[in-house]
Design a protein around this ligand. Structure first.
Ligand code: COI
Length: 332
């Protein structure tokens, strides 16, 4: 068996090399993203592993079919940038890594929230300039707040545990109820009820598709005054302009944004020597009431190792047995 891994960052290499040695399976490491051009490197290989934020071009899958490669394993969880119809048409199976470290994302949520509640961004800026005064950066305490967890999959459930540990009152919403959360009686009947009753809303749901936002002018108007949004899920869940305005005009207290609707081409890129054209993002960066990070909630040693190795394990299972526990149902 010969595998090829695309879009590999430096920090992922050692895990892939280790896996390759331990499993005695050749894995060619390619730093280029998977495109209709680079897919040509896969000729002669049995399976393709990849990760990228840019959309996967449909033509990639026609070429895979031509080369007789019928499995692609992603090193991440989200499949929103994959043209599923093109995979189906070419009889290509897809796997993801649904659980590389739910705790990484859940811990980020609370870390980002704490940074906002204790005004770290403004405080750090002041201290950098040797201004050591307290005011006006008085903090708020998490143990006094109601945290609404939207989505109770693995990440949402890990977040619930952590927030409860901090003494917050936690409520939750999910279309399908998890028995553990049900037992604790945390569920409210709708996302609207969650939004209306939370001081903090932390999003742990997948993208709902372009134009389908959860946080927008209408939903914000229903929220509590001074509420906070934490988004480490998908940027397109939020209308960022509406969110920015709600914070600027004092309706909301602030937000933690690890994802942004227009992040592709910006996040995980060094733009320090370029003119920065995104005016909305510039305002978000300037505001002390926004904690902005470039999609790093997942970025821990544990998660990166799991992403590298679980994707390869799934590929082996697919090639040896025709399926794997992480195969995505393309008919859904
Ligand atoms: C995902 O796993 O889909 C993520 O959002 C993390 C990604 C940036 C590797």
């Amino acid at each position: 068996m010969k595998l090829i891994d695309f879009g590999v960052r430096e920090d992922e290499k050692k895990y892939i090399q280790e896996w390759s040695r331990d499993n005695n399976i050749e894995v060619k490491i390619v730093s280029d993203l998977l495109t209709p051009e680079t897919v040509k490197l896969a000729q002669g290989y049995d399976g393709i592993v990849a990760y990228q934020q840019l959309p996967y071009d449909e033509k990639i899958f026609d070429v895979m079919n031509e080369y007789g490669i019928h499995v692609i394993s992603l090193r991440n969880v989200g499949v929103d940038n994959v043209p599923l119809a093109a995979l189906k048409r070419n009889n290509i199976r897809l796997t993801n890594v649904p659980s590389y470290s739910p705790e990484a994302i859940a811990e980020y949520s609370v870390a980002g929230l704490m940074a906002l509640l204790r005004n770290f961004k403004h405080m750090f800026r002041k201290v950098d300039n040797h201004d050591f005064r307290w005011a006006p950066d008085i903090g708020r305490e998490l143990n006094e707040l109601t945290v609404g967890v939207a989505g109770t999959g693995r990440i949402g459930r890990a977040a619930i545990k952590i927030y409860q540990g901090f003494g917050a009152k936690v409520i939750a919403f999910n279309k399908f109820h998890n028995p553990d959360i049900e037992k604790q009686d945390l569920y409210v009947d709708s996302l609207d009820t969650l939004l209306k009753n939370s001081d903090v809303v932390t999003l742990h749901i997948p993208s709902l598709g372009k134009g389908h936002t959860v946080i927008n002018r209408d939903s914000i108007s229903e929220m509590k005054d001074n509420a906070i949004i934490v988004n480490s899920a998908r940027g397109d869940l939020i209308n960022t302009k509406d969110l920015y305005e709600a914070v600027a005009n004092g309706k909301l207290y602030g937000a933690v944004m690890d994802v942004y609707e227009n992040e592709v081409g910006i996040f995980n890129t060094d733009l320090s020597d370029q003119e920065f054209k995104d005016d909305l993002l510039k305002k978000v960066i300037q505001s002390p009431r926004f904690i902005l990070t470039p999609h790093i909630a997942f970025y821990t040693t544990k998660a990166v190792k799991n992403m590298a190795t679980i994707s390869l394990d799934s590929m082996v299972s697919e090639l040896q047995t025709g399926t794997s526990e992480n195969e995505i149902n393309l008919d859904k």
